[in-house]
Design a protein around this ligand. Structure first.
Ligand code: UDP
Ligand code: MG
Length: 214
């Protein structure tokens, strides 16, 4: 039986919590193994934390970690990795740009792989974001000799041992598959769907993101 932790970084996503919770619950309804859904509230200033706590009263599988101030998506994910108890860890965005229905498929692929990276094929982002992302991915692959198409896609599945002992620094979640592969683990990529942000606004400027990535 597979034990799974779903790790979700969340920053000011108040209008997304209810639909996210509904979609995860639906997506995981056929899950046979044990499950925890770990929200890492990255110092939200809106009602995100309150709504998460409310949702937690209805579902004992929900866990909440919470930063007192906004520390960024990498820090939220790193905290999630440290706290996650499953032997499998799946990360997903809170804004429903990724589809929680795809979690079981990616988790199942860990039978044959150590890391499964989603690749957003029909990406629903602005042209500028797609261009800057292509530059970032191209530069990193050129530098490292890797072939990771889309590190910016949060929907990924990991075997726990890949995440242990990783160095942590800002923006690091973008180079995780490459770092893990450099340590000898088997990393694969699969197409996943991508949707418009459900609600609230994106938190990370694309220019800043590109510069950090480079
Ligand atoms: N996020 C976070 N801390 C931040 C910025 C974003 O935890 O400082 C979360 C956010 O709530 C979402 C995920 O990270 O679940 C991706 O953020 P966003 O959707 O803004 O990025 P994009 O999809 O535009 O890359
Ligand atoms: Mg998003």
């Amino acid at each position: 039986m597979q034990s799974l932790s779903i790790v979700i970084p969340v920053y000011n996503e108040e209008d997304n919590i209810a639909p996210l919770v509904a979609r995860i619950t639906e997506g995981m309804s056929g899950w046979q193994g044990t499950l925890e859904i770990l929200f890492v509230d990255d110092g939200s200033s809106d009602r995100t934390l309150e709504l998460l706590k409310e949702a937690q009263t209805r579902d004992a599988r929900f866990r909440i970690a919470h930063f007192q101030k906004n520390l960024g998506q990498t820090a939220a994910m790193a905290a999630g990795f440290r706290l996650a108890r499953g032997e499998t860890v799946v990360t997903i965005d809170a804004d429903l740009q990724n589809d929680p229905m795809e979690i079981p498929r990616l988790a199942g692929m860990l039978k044959d792989w150590d890391v499964v990276c989603g690749v957003r094929t029909r990406r629903k982002d602005t042209l500028w974001k797609r261009i800057s992302s292509r530059i970032g991915n191209g530069f990193r692959n050129w530098l490292t000799g890797d072939d990771i198409i889309d590190t910016g896609c949060t929907l990924k599945a990991y075997r726990r041992e890949c995440l242990d002992g990783l160095e942590r620094y800002k923006g690091m979640h973008r180079v995780l598959p490459t770092l893990i592969r450099m340590r000898g683990f088997r990393v694969t990529q699969v197409p996943v769907s991508h949707h418009l942000r459900h609600a609230c606004v994106t938190n990370d400027g694309t220019w800043g993101r590109l510069v950090k990535g480079l």
